[in-house]
Design a protein around this ligand. Structure first.
Ligand SMILES: Cc1cc2nc3c(=O)[nH]c(=O)nc-3n(C[C@H](O)[C@H](O)[C@H](O)COP(=O)(O)O)c2cc1C
Length: 307
């Protein structure tokens, strides 16, 4: 493990090192308007949400390190106190990238990148009609970040005064992340597309934690840290349920290996119980692993307790 002090790096290397670890970052596609009414559209990945009551987000338009010039977005929001933020879907990513070029302040990036303006309801700047999710925002505060030592960062705290969500991404009254297809900015010129989604519900109770897992489970050579953590979510150590496992009389299974290859942990368990080597903890843990991967934590625990 390498330890690197920020003061030992050039601005460029420090920037890249920081951003490769703070990653992936959401992208705020910010529309602002200057005093003459010129519309500006630019992406910012120094961006996140910080409160929901009231909803507050923040963006970080820097003073450009190379030129010393302030971003038009920053100047416009300071001057008018308003902007909109549009989320960036995969279908928008290259057009979004076009708008990040240093166009003059009277150039309309909507026209340059082929985006459509959707009028706002509360603030003056429009938002990107192609985006499935947009917010109208008002500036609360701008914090200049360590100008005393030559710092070039800014943190603009923005209160969301209106949300707009496309009907196409709403399922049962909630936003479906699959429909949004949002992208994130990573280190260097890398982006990520949010197509591989998985769920990890926050524990609604105090979990037992890894340290309370029985020794033979905690030291498993099969189960990964992520898998052990899912076992450790439970509020109390489960007890063996005498009725587990239950098989219909007609239940049939192939060999343990075939059942595991076909991702049928129940079949593998059936064979393991019938004629497996019960000292063989590795096979049992492979069965448990499949249950965990299928989200069947109850079955995983009961299988472990059979040991
Ligand atoms: C995906 C992406 C994210 C960016 N994030 C930031 C950022 O957080 N802060 C920043 O100062 N510049 C950022 N930039 C660069 C600005 O978008 C770029 O400097 C742009 O020209 C600013 O436009 P403006 O001067 O019209 O506001 C980013 C560029 C891209 C492509």
């Amino acid at each position: 493990m390498r330890t690197i002090l920020p003061s030992d790096l050039s601005h460029r290397d420090r920037h890249q090192l920081l951003l490769s670890g703070v990653s992936p970052r959401p992208i705020a596609f910010v529309t602002s308007v200057d005093a003459e009414g010129n519309v500006n559209l630019s992406p910012f990945s120094f961006y996140n949400a910080y409160a929901s009551n009231p909803p507050i987000v923040a963006i970080g338009p820097a003073i450009a390190a190379k030129t010393g010039l302030a971003k038009h977005t920053w100047l416009n929001i300071l001057a008018t106190g308003e902007c909109t933020i549009s989320a960036v879907s995969y279908s928008m990513v290259h057009s979004m990238n076009l708008t990040s070029a240093a166009f003059a302040s009277d150039v309309d990036e909507y026209a340059k990148a082929g985006f459509t303006k959707r009028p706002s309801v509360v603030v003056a700047p429009p938002s990107v009609a192609e985006s499935p999710y947009t917010m109208e925002c008002r500036l609360i505060e701008n914090i200049e970040l360590r100008r005393d030592i030559g710092g070039n960062g800014n943190l603009m705290l923005l209160e969301v005064v209106a949300f707009h969500v496309a009907d196409t991404v709403m399922v049962n009254g909630r936003v479906d992340p699959r429909g949004m297809d949002l992208v994130g900015r990573m280190g260097d010129a890398y982006y990520t597309r949010t197509t591989e989604l998985f769920e990890a519900t926050q524990p609604p109770h105090i979990p037992i934690g890894m340290d309370e897992l029985p020794y033979l489970i905690r030291t498993s050579t099969v189960l990964t840290g992520n898998e052990l953590a899912q076992l450790a979510y439970v509020p109390v150590l489960p007890m063996l349920d005498g009725t587990f496992p239950q098989f219909e009389e007609s239940f049939q299974a192939d060999s343990i290996e075939t059942e595991l290859a076909c991702e049928r942990p129940q079949g593998a368990l059936y064979v393991w119980l019938k004629n497996g080597n019960h000292e063989d903890r590795t096979t049992l843990h492979r069965i448990v692993q499949q249950y965990i991967r299928q989200g069947k934590i109850e079955e995983a625990w009961q299988t472990l307790l059979l040991e």
